[in-house]
Design a protein around this ligand. Sequence first.
Ligand SMILES: Cc1cc2nc3c(=O)[nH]c(=O)nc-3n(C[C@H](O)[C@H](O)[C@H](O)COP(=O)(O)OP(=O)(O)OC[C@H]3O[C@@H](n4cnc5c(N)ncnc54)[C@H](O)[C@@H]3O)c2cc1C
Length: 312
Amino acid sequence: MFPPQFDYHRASSIDDALELLERHAADDPRILAGGHSLLPDLKNGRASPRALVDIGEIDALRGIGSGADVESGADSGADETAIGALTTYADILESDRLQRHAPVLTDATSVLADLQIRNRGTIGGNLTAAEPGADLPAATLAADATVRVRGPDGERAIDAAAFLGADGSEPALRERELVTEVRVPHVEAGGYAKKTHPASGYAMVGVAAVLETDDGTITDARVAATGVLERVVRLAAVEDALVGARVESKTIEAAAERAGETIEPADARSDDHASGEFRVHLLSTYAERALERAVDRVAAGAGGTGTAGDLE
Ligand SMILES: Cc1cc2nc3c(=O)[nH]c(=O)nc-3n(C[C@H](O)[C@H](O)[C@H](O)COP(=O)(O)OP(=O)(O)OC[C@H]3O[C@@H](n4cnc5c(N)ncnc54)[C@H](O)[C@@H]3O)c2cc1C
C-alpha cells in the first residue's frame, strides 16, 4: 500500500510547528513524530492529510526532568516529572527518575512492542494516537498525568482522562494543537501487567495500577485497563474495594476479582484471538498481577526491578 501524496514540512521549533499547522490548515495537516502509528494509517488509507509537519528535530520537546527543566533533565526534587512529547520509549526506560517516581509508566513501557518501536515511538504520539490496546494510555491514566498542549488558543493543561476520552467523551485535543509535554505526579508505587496480543503485540488486556499507602492501609488507588474497550477505562469497583483496606494479598485478590464488574462483555472488543467475554474474564488476573507489582514496590519502598513481561 502506498501513502497518499502530501507536502512534507520540517519544523525547527514549537512556534514554527504551530505556524506551519496554521499556514497549511486547508491541507488537513498532521503532526509526524515517531511515525509508527501515522505511517501505517497513511498506507492503510485511514488518514489522508495533504501536509505533514515533522516535529522530530525540535529538541525542546524531548527530555525528562522537573517541570521547570525538561531539556536538561535536572532533578529539582519537584513532586512531578515532566516528559517532553517527543521523548522516546527508550528514553523513558533509561530514566532513573521515572523508575523511582512513576514505575507504572516504566513498567508499561518495558513491555511495549519491540526494540525498533521503542527507539522511535514517542509518548506524545502514543497518547495522541491512543490505539486500542496501547500501553501508555492506561499507565498515564492510572498515574493521573496531565498533558500540556499548545495551539491556536494558546497553552492548555488537560488531565489524562479528558485527553484520552476515558469517560466515553471525545478525546480533548483540538485541531492544530501540539502536545508539548506530559506531567506525571510522583507516586509511592505502581505496576503494569499485560497479556500481549499474539498478532499485533498490543495489549489484549493490560492493567495499570497505582497505590498510595499510609502505615499499611491503602489511602488511594487508581486502576486503569487497556485492550478491553476501544478506549482506556478506570476500574472503579477495584479502586473502591482497595481504598481503606490493608495492604495484604487477600485484599488485592478480592479487589481484583471485581475488575470486570463495570464492563459488559457485549461492549468489549472481540477478534479471532479473544472474544469480548474472554477479555473481560482476563481483567481480574491482570489486575491482580499489576496490583501485586505495586504492592511489592510498597514493600520495597518504591522503585524495584524486573519488567511487567516477567509476569507473562
Ligand atoms: C508493529 C507495531 C506494534 C506496536 N505495538 C505497540 C504496543 O505494544 N503498545 C503500544 O502502546 N503501542 C504500540 N505500537 C504503536 C507505537 O507505540 C507508536 O509509536 C505510537 O502509537 C505512536 O507514536 P509515534 O511517536 O510513532 O507517533 P506518530 O505515528 O508519528 O503519530 C501518531 C498520531 O499522533 C499525532 N501526534 C504525534 N505527536 C504529536 C504531538 N506531539 N502533538 C500532537 N499530535 C501528535 C500524529 O499526528 C498522529 O495522528 C505499535 C506500532 C507498531 C507499528
